[in-house]
Design a protein around this ligand. Structure first.
Ligand code: AFD
Ligand code: MN
Ligand code: MN
Length: 401
């Protein structure tokens, strides 16, 4: 079927083609590297072990999907030398045709951060966290990347051991100073997460806290919604609608979860939730949608790194294509008239549509493989990098040292 097919089918194809032409999702450098559970790493022979290998993998994913031209960087892991490593990153951008994307500070691995980073009672430790954030702002400015995407693992394990309110003040101070250092094109994204194992309180636990901290930091601070960072049953698309309404939605970290922050591949557990989130995006005004960063934040323990990343992008494209089919005008009329079942059927009939044939047509028309996962398997890329990297990835399980 081509886009000039008559009638509804043709119109649907046009909606899908234009939706996919505009869909860009950033891949995480850490999604290509060996990660694991709290108890150990299940090392994969083909996993990336250097920033160059991560760029190579990201480039391959983009060549297969046409949807991921940028890679999120984790500063300590990808730029261990800080801003001095920027020229090396720029060389990799040119070599692999993938842009450096969001800059992710690391405020959770340093031993100093045992009692918190930006919310630590020690002004010295908070100063060290701020210095790292300012380094990240400088790296972002040098690389021409827009977003410094901040996630902190701060909190306490037992009631009475910390002052929640003093920690709020300390976070406001550090985030305000970070915001003041942002360049004209830069933003800071404040990510929330309800808990870490053993936590009694998490300093940025929900969208309200992140929103208020972003608001007090300044106009270039927005909220980052990580889809895995919500309690069971949370209506995430309602949070997205509120943040869009407030002009405070900076972007997403996409993944899926069954129980908690599982970092599973997008849509593997609840594709209908992703569709409902995408509905809030596609039904927003163009100016509200502009600048919302779509990013993947997944670490694949059992699936192959490359297959999981390609599968995630393919799933995102298909669910976004489905959401683009919703007849927004008709839906608004039915909602206004409270014609409940008709409204629901108008909404979810788009979800039931099998968009894969049209998405495949779009891929071929854009010079992409019609079946990206199949093309990955046939390319021999995973086998090739596994051979090249095997020596660096001792197979089996290595415990976190
Ligand atoms: C972990 C955190 C959070 C953060 C990501 C990258 O839960 O989602 O965005 O690491 O730092 O997944
Ligand atoms: Mn995240
Ligand atoms: Mn997470």
């Amino acid at each position: 079927m081509t886009t000039n097919g008559a009638g509804a089918a043709g119109r649907d194809a046009e909606k899908i083609w234009s939706a996919l032409d505009g869909l860009r999702i950033e891949v995480p450098s850490w999604g290509f590297a060996n990660t694991g559970t709290r108890f150990g790493k299940f090392v994969q022979g083909g996993a990336a072990t250097t920033i160059e290998e991560k760029f190579s993998d990201a480039s391959q994913v983009n060549a297969l999907t046409g949807a991921s031209p940028s890679i999120a960087l984790h500063v300590l892991w990808d730029l261990p030398g800080g801003v001095k490593d920027v020229p090396a990153i720029q060389a990799l951008e040119k070599q692999y045709g993938v842009r450096a994307g969001s800059i992710n500070p690391n405020l959770f691995q340093d031993l100093d951060y045992k009692f918190g980073s930006i919310a630590n009672p020690s002004s010295e430790v908070r100063g060290r966290a701020l210095a790292h954030l300012l380094d990240c702002v400088e790296i972002g400015r040098e690389l021409g990347s827009h977003d410094v995407s901040i996630w902190i693992a701060d909190g306490s394990n037992y009631p009475g051991t910390q002052s929640v309110r003093r920690r709020i003040e300390w976070m406001e101070e550090v985030l305000g100073a970070t915001h003041a250092a942002l360049g004209p094109e830069q933003r800071m994204l404040v990510e929330y997460k309800p808990f870490e194992p053993a936590f009694y309180h998490t300093d940025i636990a929900d969208w309200g806290m992140a929103l208020e901290l972003a608001r007090r930091a300044g106009p270039k601070a927005k909220v980052l919604v990580d889809t895995g960072h919500h309690y069971q049953g949370t209506n995430i698309e309602q949070i997205v609608a509120w943040l869009l309404h407030l002009g405070a939605l900076g972007g997403f970290h996409f993944n899926d979860r069954k129980y908690a922050d599982d970092d599973l591949t997008l849509g593997s557990i609840d594709p209908y939730q992703v569709f409902r989130i995408f509905h809030e995006i596609v039904s927003a005004k163009a100016e509200e949608r502009a600048g919302i960063a779509f990013m993947i934040d997944q670490s694949h323990n059992l699936k192959g790194k490359m297959e999981a990343m390609v599968q995630t992008l393919v799933t995102a494209q298909e669910l976004y294509a489905k959401a683009s089919l919703i007849d927004q005008e008709r839906l608004a009329e039915l909602q206004q008239a409270c014609k409940l079942v008709e409204a629901e059927e108008c909404f979810r009939s788009a979800f039931w549509q099998d968009v894969r044939p049209v998405v495949r047509e779009w891929r071929v028309a854009r010079g992409l493989p019609g079946e990206p996962l199949k093309a990955l398997a046939e390319s021999g890329y995973v086998e090739k990098v596994t051979r090249e990297r095997a020596s660096k990835n001792a197979s089996g399980v290595s415990s976190y040292a």
